[in-house]
Design a protein around this ligand. Structure first.
Ligand SMILES: [Zn+2]
Ligand SMILES: [Zn+2]
Length: 342
């Protein structure tokens, strides 16, 4: 099979090609695994973290990509959930132990044996992938393959982040950063909490305009003061400044949910501005979102089909994966980036 392969850590800078085109042996489905012929795979900011070594794959070479849509091409001898030809999706969670306290409580995203698609096992920047059938999801009919791909990570993690804010209708939610995940959260909030205010903080004028287009109540720069305090907020930026700014804008008892697998250290000195009385006093909370559980993905896919949420996306051929990653790093973002594979 053709694949775009990562052979070691490097920087994603213009002119560099961290992924190389390679031909790998076709994977074979064992036990309860299915073999999936990939048609679309979303490009995620986490891939930059993997390539640049903030969440490095344990082995090289590895095929990245964890927002995978395709059709079942073959089933292992014990795979029963899908049939050949079924359309399925695969997300960041590749497998978990199934018996620890976290797995038993449905939080298999916290399992010590959590394995990630496209990091701990080969992912979807390739023509074929294998995965256990109970870690794949049926894709609702309303979505095309390319529309469904970004829902599998950005959307599902956005759904989990929103759940973790504990927000209620009528409250004010802040969103810092306005990439693939945040724009889907905005659509979910508009549907589920019609009277809620959504304030978007983004550095780029283009992102702010896009947020207002999608129904944000207000959009400003990262350092702007919002018209009201925030009951809760979700931070999807890779840096620290928005964390500090947002904590200052929370109501007493407000919660900031940080949805980022790793923070870059470029502006770590911002943390020295953390002032206990301004940023944490009055029972303000800060909480991270780690990975994603299967229920987040399947529940979100249903919600997305019901609304419906159709993500904005732009497509790249598989061989142009490096260009897609470079644009993501340069924050040339309007919705999600999706690799077209077949
Ligand atoms: Zn992702
Ligand atoms: Zn477990």
């Amino acid at each position: 099979m053709k694949a775009m392969v990562l052979q070691g850590s490097s920087q994603v800078t213009s002119g560099q090609r961290p992924l190389i085109e390679a031909t790998l042996p076709d994977p074979e489905p064992k036990a309860s695994e299915i073999l999936v012929r990939v048609s679309a795979c979303g490009v995620c900011h986490t891939e930059l973290d993997e390539i640049e070594g903030r969440t490095p794959p344990p082995h090289f070479p590895v095929v990245l990509g964890h927002q995978v849509v395709g059709r079942v091409e073959a089933c292992g001898p014990e795979a029963r959930r899908f049939q050949t030809g079924d359309r399925v999706g695969i997300g960041w969670i590749f497998s978990a132990c199934g018996h620890c306290q976290f797995c038993r409580a449905g939080n298999e995203n916290l399992c010590p044996e959590f394995r990630a698609t496209g990091r701990d096992a080969n992912g979807g920047y390739a023509e074929l992938i294998t995965i256990r059938d109970d870690f794949a999801y049926a894709i609702p009919e309303v979505f095309t393959d390319a529309e469904a791909a970004p829902l599998l990570c950005a959307g599902a993690i956005g759904y989990r982040s929103l759940r973790l804010t504990g927000m209620k209708d009528g409250q004010v939610l802040g969103l810092t950063g306005f990439g693939a995940s945040a724009h889907l959260v905005l659509k979910m909030v508009r549907h589920r909490f019609p009277s809620a205010g959504v304030f978007v903080f983004a550095r780029s004028e283009r992102e702010r305009a896009f947020a207002l287009e999608l129904g944000a109540s207000w959009a400003g720069d990262t350092a702007d003061i919002p018209p009201e305090q925030l009951d809760s907020a979700i931070d999807t930026t890779p840096v620290w400044k928005p964390v500090i700014e947002t904590l200052a804008h929370l109501v007493p008892g407000g919660r900031l949910v940080v949805n980022a697998i790793r923070k870059e250290n470029t502006d770590q000195d911002e943390l020295t501005r953390l002032d206990y009385s301004a940023h944490l006093w009055m029972e303000k909370e800060i909480k991270s979102v780690a990975n994603v559980a299967r229920a987040d993905i399947s529940e979100f896919l249903e919600l997305a089909a019901e609304i419906p949420i159709k993500p904005e996306f732009e497509e790249f051929p598989l061989a142009e994966a490096n260009a897609a990653l470079q644009e993501l790093k340069a924050r040339k973002i309007r919705g999600a980036k999706v690799l077209r594979i077949a």
